[in-house]
Design a protein around this ligand. Structure first.
Ligand SMILES: Cc1ncc(COP(=O)(O)O)c(C=O)c1O
Length: 406
């Protein structure tokens, strides 16, 4: 008799057959022992969730306007929330768009998925930073695109390398970037390069997908303005950039509420695609986010999150100074949740991972984040979730593991 599993597996579509477990998931299974300190995750700290305000908001909306929370809604998103997002983008980011240019998404992850469905098919080319966000590669995996990678240094994407690539006739569907506190490197695109980037993409007509998941988590005086706002400044409208952001890092990721801003024709297409995916983003979540934020919760709460994570970042940087051998390098992140480590060229961080697990500490080997391979001697450390004491102890153990391997 044919087993049920076999009956399904032999019918997998060509794209379905491409779904395989990620190495990262297999490795992270090894970190589940309670004695292991994990610097591998990427989760926000639960202490940063404004749970009380969200509870009150959800209760309030259910009591006063149950239909806004319980009925099917518009695919474009809950109108008051769209208006709030528009107001915030204008006031804080100098991105001035109309209601028709905004789509509420089920997390910014869904924005990546929708873009993939609309623009990518098997073999089409996408330009990504090297390294890039693993979740974007996963979102586009079913479309089976090919990647062209653009190197990143301490000032972010190497715009000269991008221009050389475009001058050589390479024509990706779009360029995907994280301009602030990139995942995995924590690096931020410098002001000069932002300007240069908009000039280059304007010259070649290359669309940009700007993922600003971490922009509000800045630990200096202020955040850099998104590339999208520079696009607006230079062209008087959002022309080359699709801007994605989210409430995941400033409220709570379990709400699954994000948004995208883009030229109106594109939002209209993306809305049609989203309709077939989930009809609309969870109504209760959208209404709760609006209700919680309409009286200025973000302005009160996000500074707390910044100072909470700034402390953890500083603890990690100090511990790295104390415990890492001299030839290990890292970039001081000005925001976000990660520190990116470069080991001496001969050290393979996947091997190091197994040594580190013996020392009861875990991280993510950096090679995972390279779309076309490379980065064997790199790794990503998370400082948002572990406590300061765990960070200190974790880096002490990691320093020992690195010494063992070197
Ligand atoms: C760079 C980046 N983009 C997008 C996401 C997805 O976030 P969400 O879908 O929760 O908005 C993440 C999550 O960690 C991320 O790191």
């Amino acid at each position: 008799m044919v087993s049920a599993v076999h009956a399904w597996s032999e019918r997998l579509a060509q794209n379905g057959a491409q779904f395989t477990g990620s190495i990262i998931r297999d490795l992270l299974r090894l970190t589940e022992r309670p004695e292991v300190i994990s610097l591998a995750g990427g989760l926000p700290a639960p202490e940063c969730f404004p749970a009380e305000e969200l509870t009150m908001a959800a209760e309030g909306i259910l009591a006063r306007e149950p239909l806004a929370a319980l009925q099917y809604g518009l695919t474009e998103g809950y109108r008051p929330l769209r208006a709030l997002v528009i107001e915030r983008m204008k006031a804080r980011l100098a991105i001035d768009v109309a209601q028709e240019q905004v789509l509420i998404t089920s997390g910014s992850q869904q924005g990546l998925d929708l873009l993939g469905r609309l623009f990518l098919t098997s073999g089409t080319l996408v330009a990504v930073e090297d390294p890039t966000y693993l979740g974007a590669l996963q979102a586009w995996h079913p479309c089976a695109p090919r990647y062209v990678t653009v190197p990143v240094d301490e000032d972010g994407l190497n715009v000269d390398a991008l221009e050389r690539m475009l001058a050589d006739g390479v024509r990706p569907q779009f360029l995907y970037i994280m301009s602030c506190f990139q995942n995995p490197t924590g690096i931020t695109l410098s002001h000069e390069r932002r300007r240069a980037l908009v000039e280059v993409v304007s010259k070649y007509g290359l669309p940009i997908v700007e993922d600003d998941a971490y922009g509000e988590l800045y630990y200096g005086e202020e955040r850099p303005l998104p590339v999208a706002s520079m696009d607006m400044e230079m062209h008087g409208e959002l022309r080359h950039v699709v801007y994605l952001s989210s409430f995941s890092k400033v409220l709570a990721p379990g709400l699954r509420v994000g948004w995208m801003a883009a030229p109106e024709e594109l939002i209209s297409k993306l809305t049609q695609v989203k309709q077939g995916v989930d009809l609309h983003t969870n109504s209760l979540s959208q209404a709760t986010v609006y209700e919680a934020c309409r009286d200025g919760l973000l302005d009160r709460h996000v500074p707390f999150i910044r100072s909470f994570y700034r402390t953890r970042r500083d603890v990690m940087l100090t511990a790295l100074e104390q415990h890492m051998p001299e030839d290990v390098r890292w970039v001081r992140p000005e925001g976000g949740m990660f520190v990116w480590i470069t080991l001496p060229p001969h050290v393979d961080s996947t091997q190091l991972f197994h040594t580190a697990i013996k020392h009861d500490v875990a991280f993510v080997p950096g090679a995972t984040f390279y779309a076309n391979g490379g980065g064997q001697n790199t790794m990503r450390l998370n400082f948002s979730l572990p406590t300061p004491a765990q960070i200190e102890e974790g880096i002490t153990r990691l320093g020992q593991a690195v010494r063992d391997v070197i």
